[in-house]
Each structure stands twice: as structure tokens, then as C-alpha cells.
Design a protein around this ligand. Sequence first.
Ligand code: WTA
Length: 671
Amino acid sequence: MSNESITSVLKEARRFAPSKEFSERARVSSREDYERLYKESLEDPETFWRRESADLVFREPWKETSREKGGKGPAKFPFVEWFVGAKLNVTESCLDRHMSTWRRNKAAILWEGELGETRTVTYAELYRETIRLANALAKLGVQKGDRVAIYMGMIPEVAVAMLACARLGAVHTVIFGGFAAEAIAQRVADSQAKIVITQDGGYRRGNVLALKEVVDRAVSQPEAKSVEKVVVFRHLGERGPHVHMTADRDVWWNDIVEESIAGPAKEATIVDAEHPLYILYTSGSTGKPKGVLHTTAGYLVGTHVSFKYAFDARDEDVYWCTADVGWVTGHSYLVYGPFSNGATCVMYEGAPNYPDWGRFWSIVERWGVTTLYTAPTAIRAFIRQGEAWPNKYDLSSLRLLGSVGEPINPEAWIWYNEVIGKGRCPIVDTWWQTETGAIMMSTLPGAVFTKPGSTGLPWFGVEPAVVAKDPSNPSGYREVDANQGGLLILKRPWPSMLRTVWGDDDRFKKQYFSEIDGVYFTGDGARKDEDGYHWVVGRIDDVLNVAGHRIGTAEIESALVSHPAVAEAAAVGRPDDLKGQALVVFVTVKPGNKPNSDLAGRLGDHVANEIGKFAKPDQIRFADALPKTRSGKIMRRLLKDVAAGRTATGDTSTLEDLAVLSKLASDKYEE
Ligand code: WTA
């Protein structure tokens, strides 16, 4: 957010009440109803969760709601177990349970390709396709607990691939289709994936992305040697790139699936509540990406219940979550949450501006979308293109709008409300994280008034607090007064929380529970106002949120220093009106290299190759030396100020004398 936006958030006092019409029909109709449910969720979690998950399929019911892992008594950070003793398979809740109801032939996915072709996949078809692929994966040797990497675009088969893994009790790790070969290899190595599922290619902004070719480059690296088979879905066929199939390793999905669903996966593999469901890699403040581990029952219950209430879900809705399935929003609110509720989901393959900026609104009109869940960065991009685009289309089917991924600035909120929602649709601003698995705060639609820029009230079972560290207190912190900024923490465990960082319990403990002992530290800064509404200002650690993509500064820096010309690098965020934050890097070069625009271009490409194009720095600035504290730490706060133009600096193309600057500023920035 820009400085002006932050100021406007602080001054923002407008309130928008939901319409009477919406509230009367809503699942939760008033703040009192919300408070009652919320109180129950904290004081009697057993009753709350049992009732709210009654429509899910459990082969064995749980005996204990939660406990400390392996211990007795209520759940306590860091290691927890939920719904202890339950046995289930998530696909029975997402698929099988709909087979005996009218939803059997209901659309699960309404798919639209970038070039305009469409497909409708019913629940019965999704069920069949999932079992067919699961049977084939079982024949390839995939067993319960094995890891399977998925590198695909936004096509129905990506959901099929995820569900097929879950059917077998295998652990999927979806890798966003924008990641480069290096990043895939790194994730495969960390998860020791046995299989990679991909597709020949897909469309993005009218270009063909050769996904299989990227997988070839990833899998040929020595660190990716765990991979035994690559399964390739034929999506583009003749229209696509040439696909080279490596003998004994690569197989076509279309060839290995059989027509009949009779096979080992016809019956789902029943697993324990805490059996791993998936790993999703995300950026942290240090080191390489972390494999966030989600497990079976808690995650299913968390996404199921939150989908139902946050989107006030009803059977006749047409719900569209625009997030890519490669991020957590795509996991929780494009697959597990909606399918476990039997919802109809729109899935769109391509870019929001292809062939023009009317694309999103044409999709809303064509499919009669009732519920739209998107990110502020997309809204800001639409604002720039003008109202004429949405105004060309009939958006009257919309009844609810959602926002996720970053703080929404009031200007964008108002535009979303007026131009898209025509003032009729409540906006549900949902705050959560890859680690939380499901929504943790929201402006529950129909129940509470909304305030532009505020993410509202705690979710059921969630106890957030805005605090300052205070070693003199036994808890190690104190809650700050209303409207004071502080660290956002979560005080008690919740069902869909991450269980660990894959293969690294120590990192899990350090990353989330060491800032303040005994509570979960979100990495976000926030304030709570006099109505109990939360205002998240963004990350206060070294994680950036660039156009809704979570990027660790440490990852960018290590990608840069792996380039032979770079001696040192520091990455920081700069407020940006469109992307929320822009990525600025400061680089010192090794002797013999000229810091010029040519090198800057090559370094940008290098980052794109190492991580992915979405992580390419917005600006590369060269310096003689990076400013450091006496103990040798890079002064990031100084660099942030320099990047934001808050300190006088020369032209970006010239070498910046940050060393001098740091001497001048050392008192202010010494840590
Ligand atoms: C930010 C995405 C303000 C926040 C689901 C968080 C938000 C990080 C919101 C997690 C929101 C997400 N308002 N900030 N409604 N939603 N964030 O893991 O900084 O990709 O810590 O999960 O996004 O990003 P992640």
C-alpha cells in the first residue's frame, strides 16, 4: 500500500450495513448471531465442530476434539492433533457423498479456456475421473504417504490430480505453474516426490506455456532424482508444443487411465485424522521455501465450514475464485472447501486481460456468477482500465464479493463495491495465510457491517490479538489498546492450522512460536479498532506481498548471489499503487563487472529463471557497498526508505553511495 493509502486506512471510518434482503436470508443474520456462534466455538468447540461438520463423511467419528500431539488435555502449541480417532478420506466428502444425491449431475466445474472454449464437469464426472486417475497412479506404484508433485495450469484435471492423490492417501504438492525449473527441482527434492503430474502446455495471455518442457528441465537435475515417473495430461494436443517423452519415465495420462473405474481406488484409502493431505511451499523470512504441511480431518473441517459461512454458500450459487490452484487460496477455496459443500465453481485458465480487460466481467455474465472471490491487486488493475469495461457486461447475477491475499485499500474497496457490486453485494474481506489453511478473520456477509479496508472479526474458533512484546508479563506480551498498532498473533490452535514444516519440526517451532513463546506469530502487523474490527497493515517480517504473490526476500537474495557477477544483494519492498508492493533489489557486483543496465537486465532474467517470472525485480539498483550495522546485518529499514524515495538518492542508473548514507543514518537505523 502506498503512504497515501495507509493514511486513508487510518482515517477510514465509513461503515456499510448489509442489505436487509441479504441479511434475512444469510446463514448468520446479525452480529448477535455471530457472537453466539463465536462464543460457542471457543467455549464448547466439541459441540460447535461436531454440528458444523455433520454433513462430512467420517468412517469413524472422532473421540477427542483436539489435544496436544501425543499427549493429553486440550491442544497446545506448537504440535497439535484435531479430531483424534477419526478415520476418513477427504474425497468421500468431496465426491462420493454427492453421488447418492441430486448433486450427482450438478456442475462441479464450469471451465473456460483462455481461447474461449468451455467444459462443464459434473460431480459424477469429477468422481469418475478422480478414480480413473487414482487407479492409474496406484498402478504406477503410488502408495499411501508417497509424495506427488503437480505442475499444471488452471484446467479441471489439476483438481482431478489433487483429489486422485488424496483418494490414495498420497500427499500432493502443487507447484504454481509460474515457477521455473530450478524452483520445481528444489520442491521435488525437499518433498522427495516420486511422481510429477503435468500437462503438455497451457495458455497464458495468448502465449503457449510449455509446462512439460519445464518439468523436463527440472527432473533432469540431480537433486530431483526421487522422481520415477512423469504423468502428462494432453491438454493442447495438436495446438501445443512438441512434447518429448522420455522412455521408461514419461507416460501420457490419457493412455494410462482406463475406461472402467473398477480398480484399487474405487474404494478410497481410509486414513487417520492426522494423515498428511498436502504440502504447499511458501516463502518465509529466511532461507529456502517452507513446506507447509496440512493434514486430513482438521483441514477438511476448516475449509468446509469456512466456505459455507464466509461465502454464505447455497446450492444455486455459481462461485468463482480467481486464485490459481498453485496457491493456498486455490487449494482451500477452489477445491476442498467448495467440493466438500457440493458447490458449482467457475475455473478460468487464463489472464484477466485476455483478449481485453473485459474478460473477467464477460465470465461473470456468461456463467451467471453469484459469488466472486478475488485479490485487491486484480481490482486495482481493473480500476486503471476504467469503468467502461465492467459496465459493458451484465453483472446482476452477483450477490457476494470476496477479497483475499493482501490489505485492500479503501479506494479499491469502494470501487469494487460500487462498480462491480452496484452497492448490493456485501464484501467479505478474508484474512488468512497458507499456514492457517482456512479463513481466520472476515467481515461475515449479512451478519456484520463492513468497513472499507478492514478484515473484520475473528473466525469461529480463532482467537487473534494485537500485541506488543512485554517480557515483564508472564505471557511475554501485552495486548495493545484499541487503534494502536502491534503484532498480530493467534492465541489458540485451530483445526486447519499447519502441523509442521515438512521434515523440519525445529524450523516450524522457530518460525511461528519463538517470537513470543506459546502463541502463533503471523508475521503481520495490525490494529484492532473500537468495534473489534481488525486492520491488517501487512507483513512486518522479511516477506513481501507483490501483486498478491508471497515472496521471501531471502529467496530473491540467494537467487541473485548465485549469479557470477553478484557479490551481495538485498531485496526490499517499495509501496506500489498497483501491486501493493514492488520488489526492489540492491546489488553489489564482483570486481570486473560493470554495473549497468545490461547487467541489470541479465540479473532480472536470472531471477526469473531461478524462481519464476512473477518474482522478477521491479527495480535493480547497484551500490558500492550495502549499508550494514556494526554487527554486520544489512540495514533493511534504511534500504526500504531509499527504495521508497524517502531519502535523497541519485539517479537509479548511477552507483549509489549507500555506505555514506548508512554512516549518516547509522543512529537512526542501528538495530
Ligand atoms: C496477507 C493467502 C490483509 C497477509 C491467503 C498474510 C492479507 C499473507 C489478507 C498470507 C487480507 C492475506 N487482508 N492482508 N484479507 N489476506 N493477507 O500465505 O500479510 O499467500 O500474512 O495466503 O497475505 O499470504 P498467503
